[in-house]
Design a protein around this ligand. Structure first.
Ligand SMILES: NC(=O)C1=CN([C@@H]2O[C@H](COP(=O)(O)OP(=O)(O)OC[C@H]3O[C@@H](n4cnc5c(N)ncnc54)[C@H](O)[C@@H]3O)[C@@H](O)[C@H]2O)C=CC1
Ligand SMILES: O=C(CO)COP(=O)(O)O
Length: 326
């Protein structure tokens, strides 16, 4: 296949490198200067250093050229860039099948990515690629299993089959709501776990947080129409475990730095990458309140990020809750 990867952050770059073994890839970035640099250096030093581009990766700042002759587009921008990028895709390649890879709930609207996709594109041949996958490990060819989710089962299976290979196992699934809720809320819980570990609260606390976090994900997801079993899979428990415990996680790092008492603006600067759990925390907390769902950990993270309470007070408040059934 000829694949156009739209967005050259860490994840778009890693996917371009991974798929170049079996496909031809054009990697589009919006910043022409960065594209020149990447073309010269044959790597993305800003977002994914020390991962060389295979010959089959071409880089371009021309979106029309990236899409020319493509069989598939992969929209690899953060959630904040999904809507504007889809609008361009709709103009330039209205019938091209596409996947998106961002995780979160859109700031302001609280929509899941597939709902943003439906608003912009209407009925389209498309799906989401998600699951436990640190960009650096995928770019290095380390074994990874992810899931390709689309309501059209035939498309999900055909795409999973085409993209599967090497050390990248791709499973097919049809539960868009479950997969996207898993991906959005695990980032919030990774911030919580970073806080917990940063405060030195121990391994018991970490296990409790991840487990009760999974209960929050499941309650929220089911209320939105997800299938419960999705949360036991790669896009649920798989990504939750990876992001909460893996030190490559940017969201976990946000939590660790919050526990050190750093301000959010300084943390964002230091990170130099998106941490989707930051905007997602507020949106998930708001939607949960609207739906009448109890999500105490998510609420605590949102309050810390909004500067309403300190990380330590958040933990005290969580521990002071009345006992309840598991
Ligand atoms: N890095 C990872 O390991 C993984 C990331 N993801 C998800 O993929 C998405 C992208 O993440 P990364 O590439 O890691 O982020 P990143 O922070 O490494 O790079 C972000 C890229 O998007 C561009 N960008 C920022 N705002 C934009 C906008 N409004 N419109 C268009 N482009 C914009 C930046 O210039 C940069 O190239 C996120 O939703 C993330 O949660 C999913 C799985 C793994
Ligand atoms: O989504 C990811 C892994 O599946 C990446 O997590 P972070 O954005 O926290 O680095």
């Amino acid at each position: 296949m000829r694949i156009a990867v739209l967005g050259a952050g860490a994840w778009g770059t890693a996917l371009a490198i991974a798929f170049a073994g079996r496909h031809t890839v054009s990697l589009w970035a919006r910043d022409a200067m960065r594209v020149d640099e990447m073309a010269r250096q044959r790597e993305n030093r800003r977002y994914l250093p020390a991962c060389a581009f295979p010959d089959a990766v071409q880089v371009t700042a021309d979106l029309r050229a990236a899409l020319a002759g493509a069989d598939l587009a992969i929209v690899a921008a953060p959630l904040a860039g999904l809507r504007p990028l889809l609008q361009q895709l709709k103009t330039l390649a209205p019938v091209l099948p596409f996947l998106w890879v961002c995780k979160g709930l859109e700031a302001g609207s609280g929509l899941l990515p597939h709902q943003v996709v439906a608003e912009v594109m209407g009925k389209a041949v498309c799906g989401v690629l998600t699951g436990p996958s640190f960009a650096l490990e995928v770019a290095r060819g380390l074994p990874t299993a992810i899931t390709l989710v689309a309501t059209d089962a035939a498309f999900a299976e055909a795409m999973a089959q085409s993209l599967h290979g090497g050390n990248l196992r791709i499973y097919a699934n049809q539960d868009l709501i479950g997969a996207e809720v898993g991906g959005a809320v695990k980032n919030v819980l990774a911030i919580a776990t970073g806080i917990c570990d940063g405060l030195g609260l121990g391994l018991n606390a970490r296990a409790a947080l991840i487990t009760r976090g999974l209960a929050e994900i499941t309650r929220f997801g089911e209320a939105l129409g997800a299938r419960r079993e999705t949360f036991m899979g790669l896009a649920g428990m798989g990504d939750l475990i990876l992001t909460c415990t893996g030190d490559l996680s940017r969201n976990r790092r946000v939590g660790l730095l919050l526990a050190e008492g750093k301000a959010l603006e300084d943390i964002s600067r230091e990170l130099g990458h998106v941490a989707e759990g930051v905007p997602a925390a507020r949106e998930v907390a708001r939607r949960a309140t609207e739906l009448g769902i109890d999500m105490p950990i998510t609420r605590a993270v949102a309050a810390v990020l909004d500067g309403c309470i300190t990380p330590r007070v958040a933990v005290e408040q969580l521990m002071a809750r009345d006992p309840t059934h598991e």
